[in-house]
Design a protein around this ligand. Sequence first.
Ligand code: NAP
Ligand code: MG
Length: 500
Amino acid sequence: MTLKLESKAIKAAVPQLKFRTQAFIDGRYVNAIAGKTYDSINPATGKPLAQLAACEAADVDAAVKAARRSFEQGVWSTRSPAERKAVLLRLADLMEQNVGELALLDCLDAGKPITDCLTMDGPDSAHCFRWHAEAIDKDYAQVAPTGPDQVAMIVREPLGVIGAILPWNFPLQMAAWKLGPILATGNSVVVKPARQTSLSVLRLAELAAEAGLPEGVLNVVPGSGSVIGAALCKHPGVDAVAFTGSTEVGRLLLQYSAESNLKRIVLELGGKNPQVVFDDAGDLDYIAQQALSCVFWNMGENCSSGSRLIVHRKLKNKLLARMIEFSKDWIVGNPLDPATKVGPLIEASHLNKVLEYIESGKQEGAKLVLGGRRTLLKTGGFFVEPTIFDGVKPTMTIAREEIFGPVLSVLTFDTEAEAIALANDTQYGLTASLYTENLSRANRVARAIRAGTVSVNCFSEGDATTPFGGYKQSGFFGRDKSIFAHYQYCELKTIWMQLT
Ligand code: NAP
Ligand code: MG
């Protein structure tokens, strides 16, 4: 289904949607073995959207066995690079042909604005598969510098069976970031999407089968993280787990690995990202708009959300006034409306958590200058106003903890050294952005900030060609995107040959 970005077309398309609600194991949709189901909620209405299979450890075991069998049989793992590339390119084509459907699924299931789903998440996810597919037959192995009587080849081989545990904030895109490199390198995989947002990933599995991915290579088990996420991480038949989510659950995964088979764990975790604006920054209108996108995009439910604005004291009032003016563009509303830029938060408990952070900001003495309240209550949805606090001190809770909502803390500085110290004053290190017209300062500060991605004079996570992941407690072991993501899903083998 393709979809025009206009209300009438969107309204007409919703009733035509068909939800895939069963687990996808060994190439077919199946109920959970115990027959249990759970409701996925539409966060814009608070009402159930679909009833999904509530998988348990036995279902995970079936999925891992299917993945293992497909891996051992070599139906994917030993296919030629050109053949694997062709299948993943077909998948990217199919995703583009069905982008309207995939976008609507994420919009309804996660409350993400349809404009974002249709113009970013959908096409970017297809592009992600295409990029990794194209890389497959362009990445060479190496030959070591031996003497003339030996040949030593250093080759990469797929790890085997990978578990992918996904968050709810970018359901389709996080699946693409994990599955692109995992499948490109010849692995088989069991995906555990977030409990709240499994619909687009379940549909993706069907598209992958249609593209020619053999049975058992890609399996999807919906259900609760503490049940099936844990079962996947403790499973002796899983060689690695790729995870995006909270730092707290990331820690558990490392324990599960240590207690089971020392499987490789790749963690992409939270952030408390700084946006630093120097007094020699350029056009303030532009910066105000970038800064708002950086914190409010995706309702602030974004690990790279720039939730700390660290601005030179001289510029602060001017920049803040412009940001408040432009915040009117951040329309809160029904995510199915193309004009909406801020949809609901994912669920009631998360909304309450965000409201508690807003309350703590007020209690600890920060000055609320925008928003701060739950809104659109009549819809039954979990909406909150975009919120800005001025006069935030580095010790306040809202300056230290990841809120995962549209809440900005504004802090000020006088010197470059102070700005760098504030930017780094966090347990996290995922992304940062900085604004200055001085090239030497841009280079100096970008290198001094301890974060995996630093964007200069813009808010950016880079593109498919650049690695994404965190320093400090924002990440562990690997990166999403780019060719670097391939290597973490591979073993490195030396083949040493003695010749006569
Ligand atoms: P989360 O609990 O870390 O969820 C991420 C994934 O891990 C989900 O699929 C979840 O399953 C699963 N999971 C939960 N407990 C598990 C366990 N014991 N073993 C294995 N897997 C497990 O994150 P959340 O509850 O969705 O959100 C909580 C906070 O995490 C957010 O407020 C935010 O701070 C952070 N977060 C960060 C990102 C990011 O992109 N860095 C994304 C999402 C959330 P369920 O679906 O059943 O929970
Ligand atoms: Mg949902």
